[in-house]
Design a protein around this ligand. Structure first.
Ligand SMILES: Cc1cc2nc3c(=O)[nH]c(=O)nc-3n(C[C@H](O)[C@H](O)[C@H](O)COP(=O)(O)O)c2cc1C
Length: 309
């Protein structure tokens, strides 16, 4: 269907990667993505490795397509995480929220293909030096944990691509066919979708969160914790709105009550991580519809742009 370094290295038909997301990127969502021809990812950032082991077992029943695992280094401090991931029989791993020198060599020794998530050029060069197979280049408009000095994908992506030889997957702001075409025009060979996937039908989060994404405009996210660590982008609610220009509190304390939001639907209980693309999402759709329509729109865009050539 699609032939580039990302589809070849990941063994997928479509160069779309579902973002890892704590408690969310589990078998129900990841298997739907893999079965649609893209790359489903299982999270470990929840730190619940016993539950993850069971989710991985379920993946083997739910799909015979490739899928991968994310190690969000700041959140999963278990020293046996490399053995844990390597022992699950997956071939693709993304590493994020930490130094690429920490796990790259041992993951590659275990036979895994490693892509590291980077928010800037310095990080990208360091990851390439550490021997990663590819990069996930994440712009500051995306949802989730962020560098405190965010750079938009439009600037970051062509910059990194011009300085590295490894394949790049673009993350942050990608949501449909036109944005995927833009990513490839800027030199990426795939896209990672976070906010689009958290609001899909197969995402396990409470419907209130999905509806909040549908209702949100492009200005309805807040960038928090820029004064401390980690910075993050989340949906605007009364609670997060009050924190937007608060340079003393640490928004991370709200994660203590994350389950009340994630599965209880109380939008004020915690942080609903999400990117500026909330303003471009107007329906909760099954994963297959998201991926099929993205590819149809992508091809339409490429054809139309070809007319200028
Ligand atoms: C709810 C949520 C949770 C996330 N958790 C993680 C995570 O555990 N590990 C990680 O590497 N990235 C995480 N991210 C960031 C995503 O991987 C992705 O790069 C980002 O969402 C892309 O931008 P987008 O939201 O515009 O699609 C998360 C994002 C969201 C929205």
């Amino acid at each position: 269907m699609f032939d580039n370094r990302v589809t070849r290295m990941l063994g997928v038909d479509i160069p779309i990667v579902q973002a890892p997301m704590g408690w969310i990127a589990r078998s129900q969502l990841a298997s739907a993505v893999s079965n649609a021809g893209a790359m489903g990812i299982i999270e470990t950032s929840s730190g619940e490795l016993d539950v993850i082991r069971e989710e991985i077992r379920k993946m083997r029943d739910l799909t015979d397509k490739p899928w991968g695992v994310n190690i969000a280094q700041a959140f999963v401090r278990d020293p046996s995480i490399v053995e844990f991931v390597a022992g699950q029989g997956v071939k693709f791993v993304t590493t994020s929220a930490g130094s690429p020198t920490k796990y790259t060599a041992s993951l590659k020794e275990a036979g895994l293909t490693v892509f590291h998530v980077v928010p800037n050029l310095v990080g990208a060069l360091k990851a390439v030096d550490a021997g990663v197979d590819g990069l996930i280049v994440e712009g500051g408009e995306g949802g989730g944990f962020k560098s405190p000095r965010p750079v938009a994908s439009m600037v970051l992506l062509p910059l990194v691509v011009s300085k590295v030889d490894v394949p790049v997957i673009a993350a942050g702001g990608f949501v449909d066919g036109p944005t995927m075409a833009a990513a490839l025009a800027l030199g990426a060979e795939g896209v990672q979708l976070g906010t689009r996937m958290v609001s899909s039908a197969e995402s396990p989060i409470h419907d209130n969160w999905k509806q909040a994404v549908v209702d949100a405009t492009e200005t309805d996210t807040v960038f928090l914790n820029q004064h401390t660590s980690p910075a993050l982008r989340a949906l605007r609610t009364d609670r997060t709105n009050a924190l937007e220009f608060d340079h003393e509190s640490n928004a991370m304390t709200l994660f203590g009550t994350a389950m009340d939001l994630y599965f209880g639907g109380d939008m004020e209980a915690s942080l609903a991580l999400g990117g500026q693309v909330v303003g471009r999402i107007d329906a909760v759709l099954p994963v297959r519809d998201v991926i099929d329509s993205t590819m149809t729109e992508f091809r339409g865009c490429v054809r139309e742009l070809g007319a200028y050539g």
